[in-house]
Design a protein around this ligand. Structure first.
Ligand SMILES: Cc1cc2nc3c(=O)[nH]c(=O)nc-3n(C[C@H](O)[C@H](O)[C@H](O)COP(=O)(O)O)c2cc1C
Length: 197
């Protein structure tokens, strides 16, 4: 199984630590895991030029192209984003906007969204926040769920860990790391019925 993680934090902190624990769990059961730190990718948000409505492909030549090439082939997509102002980070949101080419393929051109993929994949969200307010996760769940469905990944699990403020809070929280590890293990073992969205 091939898994891609999209890391949406502007720093190397809690969501990345949880994603790494998730990746360890998935590796332990034979999955191959890649990740992209959006903060290190030069890309711009969608320009709404609608060129993709004709071809299904984005015309903007930047770092998103490489991410899209990986998205096209993986079995599972993990979106790891901190909560910023009650929703996904600006980096994650910019990335979501660039997924418009998949919207074009699915709803405008009515063709296969990820033709190189072996069927519909699964989508996972990992998110952290400083405050323990479930409204934040509802927002991330709704937006990320919409994006995952558009990309032809069925949203299957959301791991939200609140009370994470300093960048190393997750690193010092064995219980949170264990939850992420076990989630990665379940995904790789295809124990998808045990997952909760
Ligand atoms: C710009 C910004 C906005 C934030 N907004 C919220 C918020 O609305 N609610 C909240 O609980 N935490 C908020 N936080 C705190 C982060 O969600 C929290 O520190 C998270 O664990 C960071 O994850 P990271 O280390 O992966 O970046 C915000 C942090 C930043 C930098």
């Amino acid at each position: 199984m091939r898994i891609l993680g999209i890391l949406g934090s502007p720093r190397i902190g809690n969501t990345e630590a949880l994603f790494e624990a998730f990746a360890d769990g998935a590796h332990a059961h034979g999955a191959s895991v890649e990740s992209v730190r959006l903060k290190d990718v030069r890309f711009v948000p969608c320009k709404a030029c609608e060129a993709c409505f004709k071809t299904g492909d984005c015309v903007v030549e930047d770092g998103f192209k490489q991410i899209a090439a990986a998205i096209d082939e993986v079995d599972a997509l993990v979106i790891a984003t901190p909560i910023h102002f009650g929703g996904p980070s600006a980096l994650a949101t910019a990335f979501f906007s660039r997924c418009q080419q998949y919207y074009a393929r699915k709803y405008v051109l009515k063709r296969s969204v990820r033709p190189k993929a072996s069927g519909r994949g699964i989508g996972i969200v990992i998110t952290t926040s400083a405050l323990d307010n479930p409204d934040f996760t509802e927002c991330v769940k709704r937006i990320a769920g919409y994006v995952l469905n558009t990309l032809d990944f069925e949203p299957r699990a959301l791991l939200w860990i609140p009370d994470m403020d300093a960048p190393d809070d997750a690193m010092h929280n064995p219980e949170a790391l264990k939850k992420a590890f076990e989630l990665g293990a379940k995904v790789a073992q295809r124990r998808w019925d045990e997952l909760k969205w």
